[in-house]
Design a protein around this ligand. Sequence first.
Ligand code: SF4
Length: 428
Amino acid sequence: MQPLHEKKTMDPSKTHRTLKLGPASAGRTVKLGPAPAGRALTLGPAPRLEETIEKPPSNILTGYKKVPASTRIKNWVKKIPFFQEMDYLRRKIYDSSLFDFAVKDLAEKLAQWPPALLLDVTNRCNAKCVWCPNPDLTDLGAMKMDLYRKIIDDYAVRGGVVHFGTFGEPLMDKTIKEKIEYLQKFPAIKRVEVLTNAFFMNEKIIPTLLENSVAVDISLDELDRETFEDVKKMSYDVVRKNIIDLLEANDRLDRPVPVNFRIKTLKTMEETLDNEFFNIIQSHQCTIALTPIENNIISNWAGRFDKDGFLDRYGIGSGKAVRFSHKRFNLTNTAPCTQLWKWMVVYWDGSVVLCCADMFSSTPVGNLREDSIADVWGGTVLTELRKKMIARKRFEIPICQNCDIHLSWHHLKNDYDSNAEPFIGKFL
Ligand code: SF4
């Protein structure tokens, strides 16, 4: 943990490139050491898209025979079917009620104050990704500065993590620069993150991100022009240039900011590892969360996205990688969903929604225009919903009934320490 007043930056001596493999990879994370130094293979818990976070290495093997990382990964990928089944079983045991007691104390502490604030400063998005229901949103807007200041002034009393972007593209907010800079006067804001598709991450905003130590999480997804533009409906060249500009500027810093890439792709793992843009990216200081879509990692957005239609359209939907995926397990998991403790999700108009699956604001739990953060977080609505979750009655909450985003209860311990402080250095 860093002291509360310290802004989060990465120590360059410790920076490394991390390739995180998604569900199909069932529990493997390959960490590449600081270029051009040696490499290490870290085995960790099965990562998920929602958990694209940097975990402290638990088992580092060094000095192994120099086989190219891509070959090691390809060899290992062949074993996936076995691991998929084992991983599914592991999840069932891990999230069973047998171990609820292990999370209880932490959950009680987290219910006192939101350790992270997810601010959807605008729900507008320039991209039209084929697997995202955002284009169906009708009530579009951006958070006004006076409302933003009210929320931040309130949150900064106890502080935590501020994260920009949930349902929309935060760099479309015309006041995003001002919003980021406003945070600097609050030492209790321990970390600032932005989740972006990088289209508007141009020379006007890059200095702001770097000077203010903002951790940048980029939803890149596809790496070649044709697939990228087919899937995301925006210019590949613009995004590519912005990314390279950011990475090069960041590399020049004494204290680079954390940059992470989310790549959920229609391509195979092998095709991705061979991609030239992938190799450019991973030659810079960054982490990469790579999950092929064929492994059923697309969300159904709590039933608001026709995922089955999407899977059919793209010929995905059979095989063990889908049957034993964590998304399939999430549909039936009765464990409390971590979202009600993990963070507070604030809509652009100040309303607080249940979770990051509630893009259409179907389950508002409060409103920060009138109420305080403490009043909403500890209020009757959220308290009653948490009680339902604890009683393993998730399916009595309408929005939760058909949701495959459900976050593992026990992973709360991966995100927060026993004092309910976020493990700094992770993307939430
Ligand atoms: S189960 Fe889904 S809808 Fe319910 S709180 Fe979790 S993520 Fe949100």
